[in-house]
Design a protein around this ligand. Structure first.
Ligand code: HEM
Length: 151
C-alpha cells in the first residue's frame, strides 16, 4: 500500500479491545464482575440484592421450584461481553436491549450504581488491567449511568 508510517502505526495500534485481552479477556472481566455482584448479593446488608432478586429467583428457582428462566444470567453475561467488546473497538456486536429499556422498572439508585461500579473495579484489578485502560472502561460505562439509574 502507499500508507505513510503514521497510517501504518495507526492501523496496527492495539485497541482497548486488544489491550483487555480480546473477547477472552473481556469475558474474564465480565465473569469477575458477575462473581463479585453475586457475592455482594449474598452479604447480610446487600445493596444489590433488591435489583437482582428477580433474575436470581428466575435462575435459581424459589422454594424448591424449578427455575423459570435458567439462562437469564447467561444471556446477560453474553450480552455484556458483546456490549463492552463493541464499545472497546472489537469485532463484537451488542444485540441486547438499550440500557434504558434493560434497566427500566428496576429504579436503580445512585448508591446501587456506585456499588456495582466497585464490583467492576475489583474485577478489572484482579484481571491486571492497567490504570489507563481502567479509566477507558469507566468512560464507557459512566456514559450509560443516566440510562441505568432512576428509571
Ligand atoms: C453502566 C452500567 C451498566 C451496564 C453497562 C449494564 C449492562 C447491562 C446489560 C448489557 C444487561 C442485559 C440487557 C439484555 O440482555 O438485553 C443488563 C441487565 C441487567 N442489569 Fe445492568 N448494567 C449496568 C448497571 C447496572 C446496575 C447498577 C444494576 C443494579 C444495581 C444493574 C442490574 C441489572 C439487572 C438485574 C439486569 C438483568 C435484567 C433481567 O434479566 O431481568 N445493572 N445490564
Amino acid at each position: 500500500s502507499c500508507g505513510s508510517k503514521e497510517e501504518e502505526a495507526q492501523a496496527t495500534a492495539p485497541t482497548l479491545y486488544d489491550r483487555l485481552g480480546k473477547t477472552e479477556g473481556i469475558a474474564k472481566i465480565v465473569d469477575g464482575l458477575i462473581a463479585n455482584v453475586g457475592a455482594e448479593t449474598a452479604t447480610a446488608n446487600s445493596v444489590m440484592l433488591r435489583s437482582h432478586k428477580p433474575m436470581l429467583d428466575a435462575v435459581n428457582g424459589v422454594n424448591g421450584q424449578a427455575p423459570t428462566d435458567p439462562t437469564r444470567l447467561q444471556r446477560l453475561r453474553n450480552n455484556f461481553i458483546d456490549q463492552l467488546g463493541e464499545a472497546a473497538g472489537g469485532p463484537l456486536t451488542y444485540k441486547g436491549k438499550s440500557m434504558l429499556v434493560a434497566h427500566t422498572g428496576m429504579n436503580v439508585t445512585a448508591l446501587e450504581f456506585s456499588v456495582w461500579h466497585k464490583q467492576l473495579e475489583a474485577s478489572l484489578a484482579s484481571n491486571g488491567v492497567t490504570e489507563s485502560d481502567k479509566a477507558a472502561v469507566y468512560a464507557i460505562v459512566d456514559k450509560m449511568q443516566g440510562d441505568v439509574v432512576g428509571h
